[in-house]
Ligand binder design. Structure first.
Ligand SMILES: [Zn+2]
Length: 199
């Protein structure tokens, strides 16, 4: 897949850019059936990272120790990073223990960078405020690349047809949808807005 360059975003206008839904659907379709049958839930995102892409997922206590990691203010943290040269995704171990759905989202987000933004050997460092930002806090402006990685992650973890089907099968049971897809409430809420047509 050709890399996607980030686009400048004029304020207030939707970012012109790649069709993330289509790219995510094509990526899922490329996953061999012995890794995922295209139906089972939750989507086995870690198996897809390691067995399909050859990316080792490493849970690391202090991501600031990664080679090339940026200096951060004390109130900032990293949730995940992608080390293309090593073929590794690192995820914040503490976040993963506390919030397993967030760990899944972070892995999917880093797969998004791997698929969409990998142009060379540069590592990608993702702040906690950039991955699946907390809807109750003031949103920090995200770069187009971070927005795209989040959209790609949501589309991988909550494929539209499967979500639509489960939405109907569960009688719109929100908590059950979150459990079925291994998703946080915030990510599920956002995804339902995108996928389910308003009546
Ligand atoms: Zn990122």
């Amino acid at each position: 897949m050709s890399p996607v360059s980030p686009h400048p975003t004029p304020s207030g206008e939707p970012a012109p850019g790649p069709d993330i839904e289509a790219l995510a659907a094509a990526f899922l379709a490329s996953v061999p059936g012995y890794i995922w049958d295209g139906q089972s839930l939750p989507v086995p995102i870690e198996d897809i990272a390691d067995s399909h892409l050859g990316l080792l997922v490493r849970d690391v206590e202090d991501l600031r120790l990664a080679p090339g990691a940026p200096r951060l203010d004390t109130d900032q943290a990293l949730s995940g990073l992608l080390l293309p040269d090593r073929g590794e995704i690192w995820v914040n171990a503490e976040e993963g223990r506390l919030w397993p759905p967030r760990r899944r989202f972070t892995i999917a987000h880093e797969i998004g960078h791997w698929q969409l933004h990998r142009t060379g050997h540069g590592s990608v460092f993702c702040r906690s405020t950039a991955i699946e930002p907390d809807p109750t806090s003031a949103p920090a402006p995200l770069t187009p690349a971070e927005e795209q990685a989040n959209a790609f992650a949501a589309a991988l973890l909550m494929p539209p047809q499967l979500l639509q089907r489960q939405y109907e099968a569960t009688g719109r049971d929100f908590a059950r949808l979150c459990r079925t897809f291994g998703s946080s409430g915030a990510a599920m809420g956002r995804r339902l807005h995108t996928v389910i047509p308003r009546s």
